[in-house]
Ligand binder design. Structure first.
Ligand SMILES: [Cu+2]
Length: 183
């Protein structure tokens, strides 16, 4: 028992200088911590009802790791996207603009030039009203999330057909979260 503890302690001590060095190493980039930091935001309906959280984590692979933890949502199948403007103004949430699309790209994985950078699979919410999902979004880094207009997460009131332009015929905008605020 004592031996295991001592080994763990030694490992921690050995790791400390490396961690410190890493932090300093980031200093010469324009936005040192932005690249690696997770962004977490509260998801809310137009009336302010909380519906959970979204966390977006830029990764060294160039993919954005997204975790969505939904609460208090009626059972159903809902489209989910990242939208181009980080502004959630009810009741329609039109302030969030269209999808975070990417140059020359169409909506949906079933479209020839799809998907948009911010397209995600539909979220299937069970009777409990709670579900947690994780997605990987290719070619999406921190610089596209934290741009001048910011980025919003949008949960729609209908199912995304993953093909119709420009937004998958996913119905209205049910809940929104500001991942990075519009400047
Ligand atoms: Cu959308």
């Amino acid at each position: 028992m004592l031996r295991i503890t001592a080994t763990a302690f030694a490992t921690l001590i050995a790791a400390l200088p490396a961690m410190a060095e890493n932090h300093e190493g980031h200093g010469d980039q324009a936005n040192p911590d932005m690249m690696a930091d997770a962004m977490t935001a509260d998801i809310a309906g137009a009336d302010g009802t909380p519906h959970g959280t979204i966390t977006a984590i830029p990764t060294p692979s160039g993919m954005l790791h997204v975790k969505i933890d939904l609460t208090d949502v009626p059972a159903g199948i809902y489209g989910a996207h990242l939208h181009e403007t980080g502004l959630c103004e009810g009741p329609e949430f039109q302030s969030a603009g269209g999808h975070l699309a990417g140059e020359g790209r169409d909506h949906g994985v079933h479209a020839e030039n799809g998907p948009h950078l911010g397209d995600m699979p539909n979220i299937h919410v069970p009777d409990s009203g709670e579900v947690m999902v994780e997605y990987f979004l290719p070619d999406l880094g921190a610089e596209q999330i934290v741009d001048g207009d910011g980025t919003a997460f949008m949960l729609h009131s209908g199912q995304d057909d993953l093909e119709s332009q420009p937004s998958g015929d996913a119905g209205g905008r049910m809940a929104c979260a500001v991942l990075a605020a519009a400047e």
